[in-house]
Design a protein around this ligand. Structure first.
Ligand code: GLP
Length: 241
């Protein structure tokens, strides 16, 4: 794993945005795996600006989002559909038919996950997957558990993730208890992976990720088997190991 330590959140956002823009420059029809959460918001803001300034063109880009709460409606402001529209898609020239986000309203979750995997495969696979990281080391919504070899699937959120994400909801009981998520196997099939971590609250998990071995108790450590992972942190998230 390669690590880039930036002075602050703005530096982290700029570095990640430049990597994504370079990927699109090299391959205009890149397949991007996108993440939600507060960490990538700065990256998306810079990408929007790069588009507005004519520096990046999303016309032929395809996207697959990591995850979505389940069940949740697209028009719920806490849904990841809503988030992506608000923070990126409504501000760039992406073709809506090239955007793929798991549907949190389906009754047959297994069929939805299967279709999603099929579409990723049909697209030629994800060229660059952007990730955040949960305080417990989850990526997407892959929570610590004994077996982490799944493809896209329906999962139950841990209490710690429900509590961490409750800051976006009116109260903790409004946080859905389940989610649809790309699995670790899906993520590991991406050609490149870029993981972002910002702030002191991520310092502990980033140290565990860099210092420790591979363990399903910290899902992000599974990334150690991948040949092309870049972690971009700010100084607050990196205590130096
Ligand atoms: C959620 C998302 C993850 C994200 C995590 C951390 O649980 N499913 O993909 O990485 O939150 O979010 P934040 O960047 O706000 O710390």
């Amino acid at each position: 794993m390669r690590i880039i330590v930036c002075d602050d959140y703005d530096g982290l956002s700029l570095t990640a945005a430049k990597m994504i823009a370079s990927q699109i420059l090299l391959k205009p029809n890149s397949v991007l795996g996108l993440a939600t959460g507060s960490t990538p918001v700065g990256t998306y803001n810079i990408l929007m600006k790069m588009y507005a300034d004519g520096e990046t063109d999303f016309k032929d880009v395809l996207t697959f989002n990591l995850d979505e709460y389940y069940p949740i409606r697209d028009d719920n402001p806490q849904s990841y559909h809503y988030f992506m529209k608000e923070h990126l898609f409504s501000k760039i020239n992406i073709n809506p038919s090239n955007v793929h986000i798991l549907n949190g309203t389906v009754t047959d979750a297994a069929a939805e996950c299967k279709t999603f995997e099929r579409l990723i495969k049909k697209s030629g696979g994800i060229d660059l997957q952007l990730l955040g990281i949960g305080k417990n080391g989850h990526i997407g919504f892959n929570e610590p558990e004994a077996n982490l070899n799944a493809g896209t699937h329906l999962t139950k959120l841990t209490q710690s993730t429900i509590e961490a994400n409750s800051r976006f909801f009116e109260n903790v009981d409004d946080v859905p208890t389940h989610a649809l998520t790309m699995g670790i196997a899906t993520i590991l099939r991406s050609k490149k992976i870029v993981l972002l971590a910002s702030g002191e609250e991520k310092q502990h998990i980033i140290s565990s990720l860099l210092e420790g071995g591979i363990s399903t108790a910290i899902p992000a450590t599974m990334l150690k088997v991948h040949p092309d992972v870049t972690i971009i942190c700010d100084r607050a998230a990196y205590k130096g190991v």
